[in-house]
Design a binder for this molecule. Structure first.
Ligand code: ADE
Length: 228
């Protein structure tokens, strides 16, 4: 079974509507819809915004549904100058930009105990997604995606995250999903279309471009699942 996690209704609905033989299960506060797409078993959930909700969803996918991989779909703020609204950011790895034990001598973003900063996304899944982006003519960049429990809408904060982690985009779930996938040894991928530039305009751009960006996200995710 393939697991799909998105934070918002808009980030999961279009692809969820494509499933056949659907069945809903209510677990730990969220609905998990199990169904079929292109003859593959899929489970999809709208987990809610942020690292805790997305970690719960990833753990449920691991333990209750025994998924073979986790796909995190959603929108992101662009940090890289190569990315504009409606482009695709593919995570080569994810980091948690708000994890910080640097006063104790650790590098920023280090997850103590497992001593990891970057959680690597699955190479084969990335290759598949790159192929899909080329086929659908969607401009994309592959690189580090930075996650934190903050909506970034400030130029100074944007530059800080970009420079600290060499990150191309920011969002609020991928780093938590990568963390849970890592400890459960499950391959994962993060598919994020750009809704804003994580600057002073982001609070206007995000609602303005959400529909456009999630439509492209849907097209990419659907074709990705077809080729999976
Ligand atoms: N998701 C989409 N845009 C974002 C931003 N600017 N900050 C955090 N998460 C986002």
């Amino acid at each position: 079974m393939i697991g799909i996690i998105g934070a918002l209704e808009e980030e999961v609905n279009l692809i969820k509507n494509e499933l056949t033989d659907k069945k809903d299960l209510f677990i730990s506060g969220s609905i998990y819809t199990v169904g079929k797409l292109f003859n593959k078993e899929v489970v999809i959930t709208k987990c809610g915004v942020g690292k805790v909700f997305s970690a719960i969803a990833a753990e449920v996918m691991a333990l209750k549904f025994n998924v073979e991989c986790i796909i995190n779909t959603g929108v992101a703020g662009a940090l890289s100058e190569n990315l504009s609204v409606n482009d695709l950011a593919i995570a080569s790895s994810v980091v948690q930009h708000d994890m910080d034990t640097s006063p104790l001598g650790d590098p920023k973003g280090l997850i103590s105990g497992i001593n990891v900063i970057n959680f690597d996304a699955d190479e084969n899944l990335i290759k598949k997604l790159e192929k899909v982006a080329k086929e659908l003519n969607v401009n994309y960049e592959k690189g580090v995606i930075a996650t934190g429990d903050q909506f970034i809408s400030d130029k100074a904060k944007k530059e800080e995250i970009k420079n600290s982690f060499n990150a191309i985009a920011c969002e609020m779930e991928g780093g938590a999903i990568g963390h849970v996938a890592f400890v459960n040894r499950i391959p994962f991928i993060v598919i994020r279309t750009i809704s804003d530039n994580a600057n002073g305009d982001a609070k206007v751009d995000f609602p303005k471009f959400l529909t456009l960006a999630t439509r492209t996200l849907y097209r990419l995710t659907k074709r990705f699942l077809e080729l999976y």
